[in-house]
Design a protein around this ligand. Structure first.
Ligand code: MG
Length: 163
């Protein structure tokens, strides 16, 4: 079976006066991530992993921050568009694994909701979406709570080899 793996990374600054959106879910927190879109750091890392695996470039290329069209964009919508591109290139998603780096808030209460939402968009079962969170142990900008970062990997299989 022909397979491709991709990895993605993203980071956004935390600011007051913005809602916090992670994995497509609004999270109750005193600050939110700053960005041109909804700044959903988890979905941006995932989108880059998917695009990278399919050899389709990166998020900035498909949804440039210079384009007013993407101002305030819902990253779930961007992810849907990416999955369409991936399918169009002859690939299906096998699984994805995400790691959030954040000092706060705790991700655990939201984990299953986010996994279910991401799984629906990717067209995979919930078990095929991993979601982990870790603090940065107080080290560096992430450790000081100035922002959040995320890593993602995604595996694709050639549609033509699908069972
Ligand atoms: Mg981003």
């Amino acid at each position: 079976m022909r397979m491709r793996i991709g990895q993605g990374y993203d980071v956004h600054r935390l600011v007051t006066g913005r809602p916090l959106v992670l994995g497509g879910e609004r999270i109750d927190f005193e600050r939110g991530l700053e960005g041109h879109s909804d700044a959903d750091v988890l979905l941006h890392a995932l989108g880059d992993a998917l695009l990278g695996a399919a050899g389709l470039g990166d998020l900035g290329q498909h949804f440039p921050p210079s384009d007013e069209r993407w101002r305030g964009a819902d990253s779930v919508d961007l992810l849907r568009r990416i999955v369409e591109l991936v399918h169009g290139a002859g690939w299906r998603v096998v699984n994805a694994d995400l790691t959030l780096l954040a000092e706060a808030p705790r991700l655990a209460p939201h984990r299953d909701r986010i996994r279910a939402r991401v799984a629906r968009v990717l067209g995979v079962e919930v078990a095929a979406v991993g979601l982990k969170a870790t603090t940065n142990e107080g080290l560096g900008a992430i450790g000081r709570g100035e922002g959040m970062a995320a890593f993602a990997v995604a595996l694709l299989a050639a549609e033509s080899d699908a069972p």
